[in-house]
Design a protein. Structure first.
Lengths: 155, 282, 370
């Protein structure tokens, strides 16, 4: 049975994290699991957690009346889910739901934000790591906006 | 428990009978979107307030709720998207065609309440049409309002409505920002989503009234972005849409939880409807 | 000042009303149920019949007396006459200047409703609020409602599905009628009659009657009080709107969704359900058109249809809409509960869903885990 610190160290997001910071962050983490179809978080609710997915996949989605749930993105093992906790008003923008059995490390972000406030270097480190995740997600989102496959298919 | 005494029964007025209105002008605004100007065949023109809607009837085909985009010289103006059988028939109506109109119905934008405040208008897609009457009123009564800001998002440059008017509104003292989701090199303007225009917009959150209209998901995200800027939820107004058959509060179709959109709306403060909007399939 | 009439006087009541120009409607047995229909004579009344109702079950049984009104309520309600299930609103023809619309004329005779239960009086009052109490009047409802002559009949034989006492709608008719009758089987078979309006008094005066004695009045009161004691069901209405609005995602909705067929029977038999749809027709040449109003139901998939999809696609959301509207948001929309406690929805649900049970289940959970 791995410790939280071991699990965090394995995650790509936290690669090469110095041991003292690893310990600080792990102190805010706990193991959780979600059943297939279970909701992790709802849009416009307080973002007091984020997740490191260890197993299974999560859909980031939004509900449109008349169309139903639209999947915006899917995230899997190794991915981090949730960055709304970093910025005010600290509220989720979308819904998160387990697509299958999900095992994850759940971080208490109230606990984590307190630590980041008192340790700017830790704060900068974490912010950089999340910024890179956001950069990749944003690039993907922008490319999807171009509807590149549509042009190819319609010739 | 309400009781009703027969002697009080209100008399005349035929709420479900359309009045004939002739199409006097028709122009294409964007692919699938047309603006029609209608005049009553006889009788008085309608005097809708900005935000209100009418039920428009295409002879023998059906009726649909359409927000009013304006009035001019006694003409009723509707900008319509052809999305179904009735709206397609309405959009195809050449000048001379006679449509049926019932209304005006519903409530209106808070133009009186907003006096003395900055006014932030956020429109998405065809959502600019129900706001057009309000924008014209704000500019015609410029002195009664503070900063006037229009933030308008569209899917593409082709979908941007009322381009000449947007220019005129800029000249008349309204800050107008247009942004599209995606565009080619011919578009000199901004590309992005309309929520991104909210953080830098120039208005005083403590003395602002916001009016938002567009697809529901756009309105909820814009409302939240406005709240993040510090505008109170009671000062953010949205225009909701639900399935309508009668428009007069009798058919039960437009219910959204505790409210009937045709009767209590379509304009609501965000704090009032946010709880209902967040319940799936309500 | 109460009077007493013999059961035989009901025949004269029917003919007096007909002579005064009313279309006389009342209860009669048809296809194994007590329904509301045109009454040719008092002999058409459900003489000697009672109803036995349970969730998903309705049947008639012979009484051992010849009570005229010894049943509770059947699948029909009076809304089918005040708010007809299918009604043409107007016809239109193309003209040189466009088109001309001719609204259909109102009915040629006012309605006389015989046998209106106390709960049904509330049902009518509730629909009055919906159709007449807002900024716009429903002209078709107004035309049928305004001259309707109402003969209320107090219950002495509620069904197992009744819960009017919980909803504050019965069993005694308090107001909103022209004449109120209470059938007394204790002692000589008679009806205690009270006028509720001037024209009610005029009609009563035309029937053979005598003044009610103290014991007549007591017997009538006792019959009605007896009905109140025999309620088959009850509902705790304390802050029901709040309870429902706090529990829109309760697991019970999934539970009932597993049973509900979304057939809409409940909405058809419910005296207060008022949803309607509109059909626009035209002839082949496109020269003549008409608009027809029809009953609709929130259980239909197209009820909430908008731009390419239904807002309420699941049966779960549609059942929730109906129940939370009836007992909760009706208060916000119209200032009262939408339910009159008649129990029709319970009896006529093919799978026997009991609204009183559904509400109790949600309340129980909330009270169990504050």
């Amino acid at each position: 049975m791995k410790s939280i610190a071991e699990l965090v160290a394995e995650a790509p997001l936290f690669a090469d994290l110095p041991p003292d910071r690893l310990e600080l962050i792990s102190g805010c983490g706990q193991n959780v699991h979600f059943a297939d179809g279970e909701t992790l978080f709802r849009e416009d609710t307080p973002a007091d957690t984020f997740y490191l997915l260890r197993h299974g996949s999560v859909t980031l989605e939004t509900y449109v009346p008349g169309r139903g749930s639209i999947t915006i993105e899917t995230l899997g093992a190794g991915d981090v889910v949730g960055w709304s906790w970093l910025f005010p008003p600290y509220r989720w923008y979308f819904d998160g739901r387990a697509l299958e059995l999900v095992r994850a490390v759940e971080f208490d972000t109230t606990c984590l934000r307190d630590k980041l406030e008192t340790d700017p270097a830790l704060g900068y480190d974490l912010m950089s790591r999340f910024a890179q995740v956001l950069r990749e997600r944003l690039r993907g989102t922008r490319l999807r906006l171009l509807d590149v496959y549509g042009d190819v298919l319609s010739g | 428990m309400a009781t009703f005494s027969p002697a009080e029964a209100p008399a005349e007025g035929r709420a479900m009978t359309p009045r004939p209105f002739a199409v006097v002008h028709r122009r294409r605004e964007a692919p699938g979107i047309w603006t029609l100007e209608l005049e009553p065949v006889d009788g008085e023109p309608l005097r809708p307030l900005p935000g209100q809607f009418t039920m428009v009837y295409a002879f023998g085909i059906g009726e649909v709720a359409l927000s009013v985009s304006g009035v001019r010289d006694g003409r009723l103006i509707h900008t319509v998207a052809a999305v179904g059988a009735v709206t397609t028939a309405i959009c195809a109506s050449r000048p001379g065609t006679v449509l049926g109109v019932r209304g005006p119905l519903g409530n209106s934008w808070p133009l009186e309440r907003a006096q003395g405040s900055d006014v932030v208008v956020v429109a998405g897609g065809v959502g600019l049409a129900p706001l057009r009457g309000a924008l014209r009123h704000l500019l015609a009564n410029r002195g009664e309002y503070g900063e006037l800001v229009l933030l308008y998002g569209s899917r593409s440059p082709a979908g941007v409505l009322y381009r000449a008017e947007l220019e005129r509104w800029r000249r008349l003292g309204m800050s107008v920002d247009v942004i599209v989701d995606a565009a080619g090199p011919e578009w000199p303007g901004q590309v992005g989503f309309v929520t991104e225009l909210i953080p830098p917009a120039r208005f005083d959150p403590d003395a602002s009234v916001a009016m938002v209209c567009g697809p529901e998901i756009m309105m909820t995200h814009c409302a939240r972005a406005l709240l993040d800027r510090g505008i109170a939820a009671e000062d953010v107004y949205v225009s909701l849409e639900r399935s309508m058959r009668c428009g007069t509060g009798h058919c039960g179709h437009c219910q959204l939880g505790p409210t009937l959109v045709c009767r209590d709306g379509p304009v609501y403060t965000y704090d009032r409807v946010a709880p209902a909007l967040h319940v799936r399939e309500l | 000042m109460a009077s007493v009439i013999e059961p035989e006087a009901l025949e004269m009541l029917v003919s007096v009303l007909r002579r005064r120009g009313y279309r006389v409607l009342g209860p009669t047995v048809r296809d194994g149920a007590v329904v509301y229909a045109d009454l040719a004579s008092a002999a058409d009344l459900p003489i000697g019949w009672k109803d036995v109702q349970e969730p998903g079950s309705y049947r008639l049984e012979r009484r051992d007396d010849d009570a005229r009104f010894g049943y509770a309520v059947g699948p029909h309600s009076w809304k089918q006459f005040l708010f007809p299930p299918r009604l043409r609103l107007w016809a239109a023809s193309r003209t040189e200047n466009g088109f001309e619309v001719t609204p259909d004329p109102p009915p040629d005779r006012p309605l006389a409703l015989i046998g209106v239960r106390a709960c049904e009086l509330h049902g009518i009052a509730i629909q009055d609020t919906v159709f007449l109490g807002g900024a716009h009047t429903d002209d078709e409802y107004a035309a049928r409602r305004k001259d309707a002559f109402i003969v209320a009949v107090n219950c002495f034989e509620p069904a197992g599905t009744c819960f009017c006492v919980s909803m504050g709608t019965g069993p005694k008719a308090e107001s909103g009628y022209d004449l109120a009758l209470t059938e007394v089987m204790d002692g000589p078979h008679r009806l205690v009659a009270e006028a509720g309006s001037d024209r009610g008094a005029e009609v009563l005066a035309e029937l053979p009657h005598r003044d009610a004695t103290g014991s007549d009045v007591d017997a009538a009161a006792s019959a009605v009080a007896g009905a109140a004691e025999k309620m088959g069901r009850s509902v705790d209405t304390d802050d029901l709107p709040g309870l429902l609005s706090r529990n829109l995602e309760h697991a019970r909705w999934d539970d009932v969704a597993d049973r509900c067929l979304t057939c809409g029977n409940c909405t058809m038999v419910c005296p207060t359900c008022f949803c309607s749809g509109v059909e626009d027709h035209t002839d082949l040449a496109g020269e003549q058109a008409e608009r027809v109003r029809v009953w609709d139901s929130c259980f239909g998939i197209d009820h909430s249809h908008m731009h390419g999809g239904a807002i309420r696609p699941s049966g779960r959301s549609r059942y929730r809409q109906w129940l939370t509207h009836k007992f909760g948001t009706w208060h916000d929309q119209f200032g009262s509960s939408g339910c009159i406690g008649c129990g029709r929805c319970i009896a006529w649900c093919p799978v026997g869903i009991d609204v009183t049970e559904e509400l109790a289940a949600i309340r129980f959970d909330e009270e169990a885990s504050p």
